[in-house]
Ligand binder design. Structure first.
Ligand code: CO8
Length: 256
């Protein structure tokens, strides 16, 4: 895989994808989406990758969609740029494996939307979050108007989008936009430790738990319970029997 904006390392089941366009604070342009789609296609069939971490190079996670590129667009091009981002982030959400955003700096506009499309977010004390699109005469267009309220509730979503205000990582933690805040120097180590903990578990249980939560979140709760029971029962024909047997035999499980 030869990319100009993305850098990728994979070790012991944990992949780290770094968005590297620091001269523009890692702003998302068309080339990014081309490379990101290629990357997501390439990992979909990986049998060794168990967790993906996404981070940014330099002082920014991602400072938004590329304003210079968007400024030249008409409404049709804007629609298609929005759809490109929504589809790519949708593909990320639908990966079988968990995805952790390790937010090192600015996560603004499309960058905050990318972080929200990950399964959860670990932030450095230096991270800053915001959806400042209204200050550009725009609105969030990569899923932000829909995902933010689902993550933090209606009031905080409306507050953040309508004021365009940037918040620090402590405030992001308070409203539930991030799950953990750490010192900048240990951000990647902490993300790797969490990823390693997940990578130890049954890959089938991890994939199935993610599916139950993600799919169940978008349906009526009774349908979610049905989905859970169906997926739960399938685990008995998979790693469930080995996991419970290993517990009773006081040994480590050998996952399928
Ligand atoms: N796009 C393009 N270039 C950018 C972006 C961006 N989003 N953000 C920063 N840059 C560039 C700057 O222009 C500057 O370039 P140069 O050195 O050539 O002048 C370089 O990065 C460094 O930036 P600054 O000098 O501004 O760095 P500061 O530390 O002074 O400020 C900020 C950092 C506060 C992050 C500031 O750069 C900023 O406000 N950036 C823009 C943030 C923003 O508004 N983001 C939202 C963009 S809109 C969006 O994301 C919509 C998503 C949905 C799209 C739907 C499709 C239609």
């Amino acid at each position: 895989m030869n990319y100009s904006i993305l850098k990728y390392q994979h070790e012991s089941g944990v992949g780290i994808l770094t968005i590297s366009r620091p001269e523009a604070l890692n702003a998302l342009n068309s080339l990014f989406f081309k490379e990101f789609n290629d990357f997501l296609n390439s990992i979909q069939t990986s049998e060794t990758l168990k967790v993906l971490i996404i981070t940014g190079e330099g002082k920014s996670f991602v400072a938004g969609a590329d304003i210079g590129e968007m400024q030249k667009m008409n409404a049709d091009e804007g629609f298609s740029f929005s759809k490109t981002g929504q589809e790519a982030f949708g593909k990320l959400v639908n990966l079988d494996i968990p995805v952790i955003a390790a937010v090192n700096g600015f996560a603004l506009g499309g960058g905050c939307e990318l972080a929200m499309a990950c399964d959860f977010r670990i932030a450095s004390l230096k991270a800053k979050f915001g959806l400042p699109e209204v200050s550009l005469g725009l609105i969030p267009g990569y899923g932000g108007t829909q995902r933010l309220s689902r993550l933090v509730g209606l009031g905080d979503a409306l507050y953040l989008v309508l004021t365009g205000q940037m918040i620090d990582s402590s405030e992001a933690l308070r409203i539930g936009l991030v799950q953990k805040v750490v010192e900048p120097e240990v951000l990647i180590t902490e993300a790797k430790n969490i990823a390693a903990k997940i990578a130890e578990q049954s890959p089938c249980a991890i994939k199935t738990a993610k599916k139950a939560i993600r799919k169940g979140y978008n349906v009526e709760i009774d349908k979610g319970f049905d989905l859970e029971a169906e997926l739960f029962s399938k685990m008995f024909e998979n790693d469930g029997s080995e996991g419970m047997k290993a517990f009773l035999e006081k040994r480590k499980p050998n996952w399928n």
